[in-house]
Write a protein that binds this ligand. Structure first.
Ligand code: FES
Ligand code: FE
Length: 448
Protein backbone atom coordinates (compact mmCIF):
# COMPACT_ATOMS: atom_id res chain seq x y z
CA UNK A 1 0.00 0.00 0.00
CA UNK A 2 1.46 3.41 -0.93
CA UNK A 3 2.28 5.73 1.88
CA UNK A 4 -0.19 8.49 2.61
CA UNK A 5 2.64 10.91 3.23
CA UNK A 6 3.27 13.57 0.67
CA UNK A 7 6.79 14.18 -0.54
CA UNK A 8 7.76 17.61 0.68
CA UNK A 9 11.38 18.68 0.21
CA UNK A 10 12.74 19.97 3.49
CA UNK A 11 14.75 23.19 3.18
CA UNK A 12 14.86 22.96 -0.63
CA UNK A 13 18.34 24.19 -1.52
CA UNK A 14 20.72 22.91 -4.18
CA UNK A 15 23.07 20.14 -3.11
CA UNK A 16 26.41 21.82 -2.70
CA UNK A 17 29.99 20.82 -2.71
CA UNK A 18 31.18 21.01 0.87
CA UNK A 19 33.76 23.74 0.54
CA UNK A 20 33.54 25.35 -2.85
CA UNK A 21 36.68 27.33 -3.56
CA UNK A 22 38.01 26.82 -0.06
CA UNK A 23 35.33 29.13 1.38
CA UNK A 24 32.98 27.96 4.03
CA UNK A 25 30.48 30.81 4.40
CA UNK A 26 27.68 28.92 2.69
CA UNK A 27 27.84 26.13 5.29
CA UNK A 28 26.85 28.44 8.15
CA UNK A 29 23.60 30.25 7.38
CA UNK A 30 22.46 33.50 9.02
CA UNK A 31 19.20 31.80 10.02
CA UNK A 32 21.07 29.49 12.41
CA UNK A 33 21.33 26.50 10.07
CA UNK A 34 24.64 24.60 9.84
CA UNK A 35 25.36 22.19 7.01
CA UNK A 36 25.69 18.53 8.03
CA UNK A 37 29.05 18.17 6.23
CA UNK A 38 30.59 20.45 8.87
CA UNK A 39 30.33 17.39 11.12
CA UNK A 40 30.94 14.58 8.64
CA UNK A 41 33.32 15.62 5.84
CA UNK A 42 36.90 14.34 6.36
CA UNK A 43 38.31 17.13 4.15
CA UNK A 44 36.65 19.79 6.27
CA UNK A 45 38.04 18.05 9.34
CA UNK A 46 41.57 18.22 7.91
CA UNK A 47 41.13 21.94 7.23
CA UNK A 48 39.89 22.47 10.80
CA UNK A 49 43.09 20.90 12.10
CA UNK A 50 45.10 23.43 10.06
CA UNK A 51 42.98 26.51 10.40
CA UNK A 52 41.25 26.28 13.75
CA UNK A 53 43.78 24.30 15.76
CA UNK A 54 46.65 26.15 14.05
CA UNK A 55 45.43 29.74 13.88
CA UNK A 56 43.59 30.07 17.21
CA UNK A 57 45.13 30.02 20.67
CA UNK A 58 44.86 26.41 21.85
CA UNK A 59 45.34 25.14 25.43
CA UNK A 60 48.54 23.12 25.91
CA UNK A 61 48.87 22.44 29.62
CA UNK A 62 48.90 23.99 33.05
CA UNK A 63 52.37 24.92 34.30
CA UNK A 64 51.88 22.80 37.42
CA UNK A 65 51.76 19.68 35.21
CA UNK A 66 55.49 20.20 34.52
CA UNK A 67 56.71 21.78 37.77
CA UNK A 68 60.44 20.84 37.68
CA UNK A 69 63.31 21.48 35.26
CA UNK A 70 63.37 18.69 32.67
CA UNK A 71 59.67 17.85 33.05
CA UNK A 72 57.75 17.33 29.84
CA UNK A 73 54.33 16.34 28.61
CA UNK A 74 53.29 15.20 25.13
CA UNK A 75 49.92 15.96 23.58
CA UNK A 76 48.24 16.58 20.25
CA UNK A 77 47.14 20.02 19.12
CA UNK A 78 44.64 19.21 16.45
CA UNK A 79 46.49 16.24 15.01
CA UNK A 80 49.96 17.74 15.48
CA UNK A 81 52.16 15.82 17.96
CA UNK A 82 53.64 18.30 20.44
CA UNK A 83 56.03 18.16 23.42
CA UNK A 84 55.80 20.84 26.07
CA UNK A 85 58.96 20.99 28.16
CA UNK A 86 60.43 22.92 31.06
CA UNK A 87 64.11 23.45 30.32
CA UNK A 88 67.02 23.44 32.77
CA UNK A 89 66.49 27.16 33.45
CA UNK A 90 62.79 26.65 34.17
CA UNK A 91 61.48 28.12 30.90
CA UNK A 92 58.53 26.45 29.15
CA UNK A 93 58.84 25.48 25.45
CA UNK A 94 56.12 24.22 23.12
CA UNK A 95 57.90 22.05 20.54
CA UNK A 96 56.86 19.91 17.63
CA UNK A 97 57.30 16.23 18.41
CA UNK A 98 58.91 15.70 15.02
CA UNK A 99 62.54 15.00 14.27
CA UNK A 100 64.13 17.61 12.03
CA UNK A 101 65.98 14.88 10.14
CA UNK A 102 63.37 12.73 8.47
CA UNK A 103 60.33 13.46 10.59
CA UNK A 104 60.02 10.66 13.17
CA UNK A 105 58.08 11.40 16.35
CA UNK A 106 60.91 11.61 18.84
CA UNK A 107 59.08 11.13 22.15
CA UNK A 108 56.48 8.41 22.72
CA UNK A 109 56.01 8.91 26.48
CA UNK A 110 52.99 10.84 27.71
CA UNK A 111 55.08 12.66 30.32
CA UNK A 112 58.40 12.39 32.15
CA UNK A 113 61.64 14.16 32.93
CA UNK A 114 64.59 14.31 30.57
CA UNK A 115 67.44 16.63 29.64
CA UNK A 116 67.45 15.33 26.10
CA UNK A 117 65.25 13.65 23.52
CA UNK A 118 66.89 11.10 21.24
CA UNK A 119 65.24 10.20 17.96
CA UNK A 120 64.57 6.47 17.64
CA UNK A 121 65.44 6.39 13.93
CA UNK A 122 69.04 7.67 13.37
CA UNK A 123 69.80 8.83 16.87
CA UNK A 124 69.87 12.61 16.55
CA UNK A 125 69.53 14.27 19.99
CA UNK A 126 67.80 17.44 21.05
CA UNK A 127 68.05 19.43 24.29
CA UNK A 128 64.87 19.93 26.26
CA UNK A 129 64.76 23.51 24.97
CA UNK A 130 64.43 22.16 21.42
CA UNK A 131 68.01 22.79 20.22
CA UNK A 132 69.71 20.13 18.15
CA UNK A 133 72.55 18.86 20.35
CA UNK A 134 74.11 15.95 18.45
CA UNK A 135 74.03 14.54 14.95
CA UNK A 136 75.23 10.97 14.73
CA UNK A 137 78.06 10.37 12.22
CA UNK A 138 78.01 14.12 11.68
CA UNK A 139 81.19 14.17 9.61
CA UNK A 140 79.14 12.83 6.72
CA UNK A 141 77.22 16.07 6.35
CA UNK A 142 78.35 18.90 4.07
CA UNK A 143 80.06 21.95 5.62
CA UNK A 144 77.01 24.00 4.84
CA UNK A 145 74.90 21.91 7.25
CA UNK A 146 73.08 24.42 9.46
CA UNK A 147 72.62 23.12 13.00
CA UNK A 148 70.20 25.84 14.03
CA UNK A 149 67.98 25.15 11.06
CA UNK A 150 67.58 21.63 12.45
CA UNK A 151 66.29 22.54 15.89
CA UNK A 152 62.86 21.19 16.76
CA UNK A 153 60.07 23.36 15.39
CA UNK A 154 58.35 25.42 18.06
CA UNK A 155 55.13 27.38 18.44
CA UNK A 156 55.90 30.94 17.37
CA UNK A 157 53.54 32.20 20.08
CA UNK A 158 53.18 30.82 23.60
CA UNK A 159 51.51 32.76 26.40
CA UNK A 160 50.05 31.82 29.74
CA UNK A 161 47.36 33.14 32.02
CA UNK A 162 47.17 31.96 35.63
CA UNK A 163 49.47 29.07 34.69
CA UNK A 164 47.27 27.94 31.76
CA UNK A 165 49.67 27.76 28.80
CA UNK A 166 48.29 28.33 25.31
CA UNK A 167 50.07 28.16 21.97
CA UNK A 168 49.32 29.37 18.46
CA UNK A 169 50.97 28.70 15.11
CA UNK A 170 49.80 32.09 13.90
CA UNK A 171 52.69 34.49 14.61
CA UNK A 172 50.31 37.46 14.41
CA UNK A 173 47.64 36.07 16.74
CA UNK A 174 46.23 38.66 19.13
CA UNK A 175 47.51 38.71 22.74
CA UNK A 176 46.11 35.89 24.84
CA UNK A 177 44.22 38.18 27.21
CA UNK A 178 42.49 39.91 24.28
CA UNK A 179 41.46 36.50 23.00
CA UNK A 180 40.07 35.49 26.41
CA UNK A 181 38.17 38.80 26.43
CA UNK A 182 34.95 38.98 28.47
CA UNK A 183 35.38 35.31 29.45
CA UNK A 184 38.12 36.32 31.85
CA UNK A 185 35.85 37.35 34.71
CA UNK A 186 34.09 33.99 34.95
CA UNK A 187 37.34 32.09 34.33
CA UNK A 188 38.82 33.89 37.35
CA UNK A 189 35.69 33.12 39.39
CA UNK A 190 36.16 29.43 38.68
CA UNK A 191 39.86 29.34 39.49
CA UNK A 192 39.93 31.62 42.53
CA UNK A 193 40.10 30.06 45.93
CA UNK A 194 38.45 32.42 48.40
CA UNK A 195 41.25 31.51 50.80
CA UNK A 196 43.99 32.24 48.23
CA UNK A 197 45.30 28.70 47.91
CA UNK A 198 47.88 27.87 45.30
CA UNK A 199 46.41 25.52 42.73
CA UNK A 200 47.79 22.42 41.10
CA UNK A 201 46.23 20.75 38.09
CA UNK A 202 45.93 16.98 37.96
CA UNK A 203 44.75 15.01 34.98
CA UNK A 204 42.35 12.17 35.69
CA UNK A 205 40.71 10.07 32.98
CA UNK A 206 40.45 10.31 29.22
CA UNK A 207 37.15 9.28 27.64
CA UNK A 208 36.27 8.70 24.00
CA UNK A 209 33.19 9.03 21.81
CA UNK A 210 32.68 8.20 18.16
CA UNK A 211 31.46 11.53 16.88
CA UNK A 212 32.68 14.93 15.76
CA UNK A 213 34.43 17.17 18.31
CA UNK A 214 32.02 20.08 17.70
CA UNK A 215 29.11 18.06 19.07
CA UNK A 216 30.89 18.23 22.43
CA UNK A 217 31.60 21.93 21.96
CA UNK A 218 27.89 22.56 21.20
CA UNK A 219 26.78 20.43 24.12
CA UNK A 220 28.88 22.33 26.64
CA UNK A 221 26.85 25.44 25.77
CA UNK A 222 23.53 23.57 25.76
CA UNK A 223 21.22 23.61 28.78
CA UNK A 224 18.20 22.80 26.57
CA UNK A 225 19.00 19.06 26.60
CA UNK A 226 19.40 18.60 30.34
CA UNK A 227 15.85 17.57 31.39
CA UNK A 228 15.65 15.13 28.47
CA UNK A 229 19.09 13.61 27.88
CA UNK A 230 19.88 13.41 31.59
CA UNK A 231 16.41 12.40 32.73
CA UNK A 232 17.61 9.15 34.28
CA UNK A 233 20.28 10.96 36.32
CA UNK A 234 17.79 13.60 37.45
CA UNK A 235 15.24 10.97 38.45
CA UNK A 236 17.82 8.91 40.31
CA UNK A 237 19.10 11.95 42.21
CA UNK A 238 15.58 13.12 43.11
CA UNK A 239 14.49 9.65 44.22
CA UNK A 240 17.55 9.16 46.38
CA UNK A 241 18.20 12.59 47.83
CA UNK A 242 15.05 14.64 47.33
CA UNK A 243 14.83 17.86 45.38
CA UNK A 244 17.39 20.64 45.09
CA UNK A 245 20.46 18.58 44.23
CA UNK A 246 22.65 18.38 41.15
CA UNK A 247 20.81 19.74 38.07
CA UNK A 248 17.41 19.86 39.77
CA UNK A 249 17.36 23.67 39.50
CA UNK A 250 16.64 23.42 35.75
CA UNK A 251 12.99 22.44 35.62
CA UNK A 252 11.66 25.25 33.51
CA UNK A 253 12.68 27.39 30.57
CA UNK A 254 11.90 30.49 32.62
CA UNK A 255 14.61 31.25 35.16
CA UNK A 256 17.25 33.88 35.94
CA UNK A 257 19.92 31.57 34.50
CA UNK A 258 21.29 32.48 31.08
CA UNK A 259 23.64 31.51 28.27
CA UNK A 260 26.14 33.92 26.82
CA UNK A 261 28.12 34.50 23.63
CA UNK A 262 31.39 35.80 25.07
CA UNK A 263 32.96 36.78 21.70
CA UNK A 264 35.77 34.86 19.92
CA UNK A 265 33.52 31.77 19.85
CA UNK A 266 33.68 31.47 23.67
CA UNK A 267 30.40 30.75 25.42
CA UNK A 268 28.92 30.33 28.86
CA UNK A 269 26.07 28.60 30.63
CA UNK A 270 25.59 30.49 33.87
CA UNK A 271 23.51 28.59 36.42
CA UNK A 272 24.71 30.60 39.41
CA UNK A 273 21.57 32.77 39.66
CA UNK A 274 19.51 29.65 40.46
CA UNK A 275 21.96 27.70 42.59
CA UNK A 276 22.31 27.24 46.28
CA UNK A 277 25.94 27.03 47.37
CA UNK A 278 28.01 24.38 45.57
CA UNK A 279 28.16 22.33 48.76
CA UNK A 280 24.43 22.42 49.40
CA UNK A 281 23.70 21.64 45.75
CA UNK A 282 26.11 18.72 45.52
CA UNK A 283 24.83 15.17 45.70
CA UNK A 284 26.26 12.84 48.34
CA UNK A 285 29.47 11.26 47.15
CA UNK A 286 31.62 8.69 48.96
CA UNK A 287 33.10 10.36 52.02
CA UNK A 288 30.88 13.42 52.00
CA UNK A 289 29.45 12.94 55.48
CA UNK A 290 32.57 11.67 57.24
CA UNK A 291 34.90 14.23 55.67
CA UNK A 292 32.62 17.14 56.33
CA UNK A 293 32.15 16.06 59.93
CA UNK A 294 35.92 15.78 60.36
CA UNK A 295 36.40 19.32 59.05
CA UNK A 296 33.66 20.65 61.33
CA UNK A 297 35.24 18.93 64.33
CA UNK A 298 38.67 20.30 63.51
CA UNK A 299 37.85 23.80 62.28
CA UNK A 300 34.44 24.66 63.67
CA UNK A 301 31.27 25.00 61.62
CA UNK A 302 31.89 28.39 60.06
CA UNK A 303 35.43 27.73 58.83
CA UNK A 304 34.54 24.20 57.74
CA UNK A 305 31.70 25.50 55.57
CA UNK A 306 34.08 27.93 53.90
CA UNK A 307 36.15 24.94 52.82
CA UNK A 308 33.14 22.79 51.93
CA UNK A 309 31.83 25.46 49.57
CA UNK A 310 35.05 24.95 47.61
CA UNK A 311 34.29 21.29 46.98
CA UNK A 312 31.19 21.26 44.77
CA UNK A 313 31.72 22.20 41.15
CA UNK A 314 28.36 23.30 39.88
CA UNK A 315 27.69 26.77 38.57
CA UNK A 316 29.10 27.32 35.12
CA UNK A 317 30.14 25.81 31.81
CA UNK A 318 32.65 28.18 30.26
CA UNK A 319 33.84 27.08 26.82
CA UNK A 320 36.96 28.74 25.45
CA UNK A 321 36.88 28.09 21.73
CA UNK A 322 37.83 25.70 20.30
CA UNK A 323 38.34 22.95 22.85
CA UNK A 324 38.41 23.64 26.58
CA UNK A 325 35.44 23.79 28.95
CA UNK A 326 35.87 25.08 32.49
CA UNK A 327 33.32 24.30 35.19
CA UNK A 328 32.96 25.58 38.74
CA UNK A 329 35.77 24.84 41.17
CA UNK A 330 38.40 24.95 38.46
CA UNK A 331 37.78 21.49 36.97
CA UNK A 332 38.06 21.49 33.19
CA UNK A 333 37.89 19.18 30.17
CA UNK A 334 39.84 19.39 26.92
CA UNK A 335 38.52 17.77 23.74
CA UNK A 336 41.03 16.32 21.34
CA UNK A 337 39.76 15.63 17.81
CA UNK A 338 41.14 12.35 16.49
CA UNK A 339 39.09 11.91 13.32
CA UNK A 340 36.00 13.50 11.83
CA UNK A 341 33.96 11.00 13.85
CA UNK A 342 36.14 10.34 16.88
CA UNK A 343 37.03 12.56 19.83
CA UNK A 344 38.96 12.12 23.07
CA UNK A 345 38.01 14.10 26.18
CA UNK A 346 40.72 14.68 28.77
CA UNK A 347 39.44 15.42 32.27
CA UNK A 348 41.33 17.63 34.72
CA UNK A 349 40.80 18.67 38.33
CA UNK A 350 42.34 21.50 40.31
CA UNK A 351 43.85 20.66 43.70
CA UNK A 352 44.25 23.37 46.34
CA UNK A 353 47.84 22.94 47.53
CA UNK A 354 47.61 23.79 51.21
CA UNK A 355 43.95 23.02 51.91
CA UNK A 356 43.00 20.14 54.25
CA UNK A 357 43.28 16.82 52.37
CA UNK A 358 39.56 16.12 52.86
CA UNK A 359 38.75 19.18 50.77
CA UNK A 360 40.80 17.92 47.84
CA UNK A 361 39.43 14.39 48.13
CA UNK A 362 35.90 15.79 47.94
CA UNK A 363 36.86 17.99 44.98
CA UNK A 364 38.05 14.87 43.16
CA UNK A 365 34.89 12.91 44.01
CA UNK A 366 32.65 15.76 42.81
CA UNK A 367 34.68 16.15 39.65
CA UNK A 368 34.05 12.49 38.87
CA UNK A 369 30.40 12.50 39.76
CA UNK A 370 28.57 13.89 36.72
CA UNK A 371 31.35 12.87 34.33
CA UNK A 372 30.76 9.18 35.02
CA UNK A 373 26.97 9.39 34.96
CA UNK A 374 25.76 12.28 32.83
CA UNK A 375 28.56 12.36 30.24
CA UNK A 376 27.59 8.86 29.15
CA UNK A 377 24.15 10.15 28.19
CA UNK A 378 25.70 12.93 26.13
CA UNK A 379 28.11 10.57 24.38
CA UNK A 380 25.24 8.26 23.42
CA UNK A 381 23.41 11.18 21.81
CA UNK A 382 26.55 12.41 20.00
CA UNK A 383 27.02 8.99 18.42
CA UNK A 384 23.38 8.80 17.34
CA UNK A 385 23.72 12.25 15.76
CA UNK A 386 26.92 11.34 13.95
CA UNK A 387 25.35 8.26 12.38
CA UNK A 388 22.27 10.15 11.19
CA UNK A 389 24.16 13.18 9.93
CA UNK A 390 26.61 11.00 8.02
CA UNK A 391 24.06 8.68 6.45
CA UNK A 392 21.01 10.76 5.58
CA UNK A 393 22.45 13.23 3.06
CA UNK A 394 18.95 14.17 1.90
CA UNK A 395 18.53 16.14 5.13
CA UNK A 396 21.27 18.70 4.84
CA UNK A 397 20.84 21.17 7.66
CA UNK A 398 21.23 21.16 11.44
CA UNK A 399 19.13 23.71 13.31
CA UNK A 400 20.72 26.12 15.80
CA UNK A 401 18.05 28.83 15.60
CA UNK A 402 16.62 28.73 19.12
CA UNK A 403 16.58 32.27 20.50
CA UNK A 404 17.59 33.87 17.19
CA UNK A 405 16.19 37.37 16.81
CA UNK A 406 14.05 37.18 19.93
CA UNK A 407 14.02 39.81 22.63
CA UNK A 408 15.57 37.22 24.92
CA UNK A 409 18.94 38.01 23.35
CA UNK A 410 20.58 41.07 24.83
CA UNK A 411 23.87 42.82 24.12
CA UNK A 412 25.95 43.56 27.23
CA UNK A 413 28.39 46.44 27.72
CA UNK A 414 31.45 44.13 27.37
CA UNK A 415 30.33 43.01 23.89
CA UNK A 416 28.90 39.68 25.03
CA UNK A 417 25.32 38.66 24.17
CA UNK A 418 23.06 36.97 26.70
CA UNK A 419 20.23 34.65 25.80
CA UNK A 420 17.65 32.61 27.64
CA UNK A 421 19.04 29.54 29.39
CA UNK A 422 17.74 27.09 26.76
CA UNK A 423 18.73 29.20 23.73
CA UNK A 424 21.43 28.33 21.21
CA UNK A 425 23.03 31.77 21.38
CA UNK A 426 26.54 30.58 22.24
CA UNK A 427 26.50 27.80 19.65
CA UNK A 428 25.62 30.22 16.85
CA UNK A 429 28.49 32.46 17.96
CA UNK A 430 30.87 29.48 17.90
CA UNK A 431 29.85 28.70 14.29
CA UNK A 432 30.44 32.31 13.31
CA UNK A 433 33.94 31.93 14.75
CA UNK A 434 34.34 28.63 12.89
CA UNK A 435 33.39 30.36 9.65
CA UNK A 436 35.83 33.24 10.24
CA UNK A 437 38.76 30.95 11.03
CA UNK A 438 38.01 28.46 8.26
CA UNK A 439 37.64 31.21 5.66
CA UNK A 440 40.77 33.09 6.71
CA UNK A 441 43.93 33.08 4.62
CA UNK A 442 46.27 33.16 7.62
CA UNK A 443 49.36 31.02 7.15
CA UNK A 444 50.53 29.00 10.10
CA UNK A 445 54.21 28.30 10.75
CA UNK A 446 56.73 27.04 13.30
CA UNK A 447 59.75 28.92 14.63
CA UNK A 448 63.21 27.34 15.15
FE1 FES B 1 65.29 11.35 13.47
FE2 FES B 1 66.58 10.34 11.45
S1 FES B 1 64.44 10.67 11.61
S2 FES B 1 67.35 10.95 13.34
FE1 FE C 1 24.77 16.89 29.02
Amino acid sequence: MPSAHKTIPLHPVPVMSPAAGGRYDHLIRPDGMVHRTVFTDPEIFQQEMRKIFGVSWVFLLHETEIPDPGDFKTLNVGLRPVIVTRDDEGQVHALMNRCSHRGARICADTHGNSKRFRCPYHGWSFKNNGELSAVTYGEGYPQSFDHQAHNLGRFPRVESYRGFVFGSLNPDVEPLLDWIGPAREVFDWSMDSPLKHRMRVVKSATTVFNANWKLQNDNNGDMYHVPFTHRSVLTMVRDRYGSGKSLDHFRSDQSPMYVSDLTHGHKLIDQRPSLKTPWDQAVPVPGRESYSQKLINELGLEKAREFLHMTGRAGINLVLYPNIVVVGGGAFNVYEPVAVDKTLVHLYTVILEDAPPEVNTLRLRFAEDFVYTGNRDDNEVFERMQISLANIPEMEWVDFSKGLGTDREQLQSDGSVRGNISDETGMRAAYQRWKELMSSDITTCVAL
